[in-house]
Structure formats: structure tokens, C-alpha cells
Design a protein around this ligand. Structure first.
Ligand SMILES: C[S@@+](CC[C@H](N)C(=O)[O-])C[C@H]1O[C@@H](n2cnc3c(N)ncnc32)[C@H](O)[C@@H]1O
Length: 220
């Protein structure tokens, strides 16, 4: 973060939030430095190739803050035998953090082939660094075409797309629950379009962690 950006943050968000943002950024830097991964930087969709018809509905790449995500995972009740799906997984930071925290399996869907390649490479790097085989799959494609599997029960969204695509994803989750009723959790980080989920699932709690907002929903 440049000094100018830090000053702008201080003016806009106040001292506590600014300190929290700096701590988060340092932890993120440390994550990539420790493993030699590349999960950082915001990237506009204009600078990426995108498969499918939903580019105009998608958000740019920006990684979840590692420190706040780790604290969230420690704080929330997750269904047993958690299999996490990150809708719009980008460079795979959430998949890596979840796998490193012992989640059974993590699956990422991403419509940018460049980001998928980086995510897969990051998985290889962390596997080599830790000597562990991480149960992570990165699937290239548009989330609206993704068929949810019966064992998947934790769905993560970091404000990846607008209400149009979110509606389609919600329908897919509901369809999956009809064919295989089960306990699920949906984590919606930076929940800009939360009204769509409010109408379909049970809002369980809202968490502000490190100044970041997450909504947790469960199946009704
Ligand atoms: C804000 S980033 C979040 C990245 C990652 N989930 C994380 O938290 O670190 C949103 C990602 O969603 C992807 N995306 C947006 N719309 C998508 C769609 N319809 N299908 C698949 N990926 C999509 C973008 O390419 C971007 O990488």
C-alpha cells in the first residue's frame, strides 16, 4: 500500500480500520512470500481472457484477505466433512487457505483461463513447499454452467458477480439441495447483493472480521 493510499484510507475509514487493513495486507504479503505463490494484485477483467457469456456481469480479480478469512473459518460452524466451492476462485487463495486449514476438499470455478493456470500453479507450489497433497481442483468455466456435486456443502462467494449471475448460482444450489437434501453453509464476503440470498436461504449471522464483512447463510 502506498503512503498516499494509506492516507486516503485513514481519511475515509478511520484509524482502527486502517490499522486492520495494513495488518491484513502484511499477512497477505507474508503468505505469498512464504510459499512463493502469486495470489496478490487486483486484475481487471478487461486484461483477462474470459470464457462464456457473462464477462459483463463479473467482478475483477481481487483476492480475499488471508488473515480475515482464516479468522472467519476458525469462528464459524461448518458442516461436517466440508467440501468447499469457491465461485470465481481467481488465483486460488481461498482454496489454498481452506485446504491448509484441513478442509476435506476445495473446488474452484473460474472463467479466466489465465487465472486458472496461476491457481493450479499455486497449488503445485504449496504442495511442494509443504510436502502435502492438497485436495484442490480448479475448473475453468462460467459458474452458471457448473453442476454442483452432492458432497459439496460450503459455498464461498467474494462478491464475484452481479445479481444476474448470483440468481443463477442460487437456483443451482437450490436445485442441488432438492435432489440431495443436506446441511450447507454459504459464505458471502462483501455481500453487495445479499437480498438475493436473503430470499432463498436462512441468514445465520453477519461477521465483521478485520473490517471485512461476511454473511453466513444456511439451508432452511
Ligand atoms: C473478487 S474475485 C475473488 C477471487 C477469490 N474467490 C478470492 O476470494 O480470493 C472474483 C473472481 O470471480 C471471477 N468470476 C466473475 N464472474 C465469473 C463467472 N461468471 N464464472 C466464473 N468466474 C467468475 C473473476 O474472474 C474473479 O477472479
Amino acid at each position: 500500500m502506498t503512503l498516499l493510499a494509506m492516507w486516503a484510507n485513514l481519511q475515509e475509514k478511520g484509524i482502527t480500520r486502517t490499522i486492520s487493513i495494513i495488518a491484513n495486507r502484511m499477512f497477505d504479503f507474508h503468505f505469498d512470500f512464504k510459499y512463493k505463490t502469486d495470489t496478490h494484485n487486483r486484475i481487471s477483467l478487461e486484461d483477462l481472457t474470459v470464457t462464456g457469456e457473462n464477462k459483463e456481469h463479473g467482478s475483477f480479480y481481487q483476492p480475499t484477505m488471508a488473515l480475515s478469512f482464516n479468522r472467519l473459518l476458525a469462528a464459524i460452524p461448518l458442516p461436517p466433512e466440508s467440501v468447499l466451492v469457491d465461485f470465481g476462485c481467481g488465483k486460488g487463495r481461498v482454496l489454498l487457505l481452506a485446504a491448509l486449514r484441513g478442509i476435506k476438499k476445495a473446488v474452484g470455478i473460474e472463467f479466466s483461463p489465465e487465472l486458472c493456470e496461476i491457481a493450479r500453479n499455486n497449488v503445485r507450489i504449496v504442495e511442494q513447499a509443504t510436502g502435502a497433497s492438497l485436495n484442490i481442483s480448479v475448473i475453468e468455466g462460467d459458474v452458471t454452467h457448473y453442476e454442483i456435486e452432492d458432497d459439496q456443502n460450503v459455498f464461498f462467494l467474494f462478491n464475484p458477480f452481479d445479481d444476474v449471475v448470483l440468481e443463477a448460482v442460487v437456483k443451482n444450489i437450490q436445485q442441488s439441495l432438492r435432489s440431495k437434501p443436506r446441511e450447507i453453509a454459504i459464505i458471502y464476503y462483501n455481500p453487495v447483493h445479499s437480498h438475493i440470498l436473503d430470499n432463498s436461504f436462512l441468514p445465520r449471522n453477519s461477521y465483521i472480521i478485520g473490517g471485512e464483512e461476511y454473511m453466513l447463510y444456511v439451508s432452511c
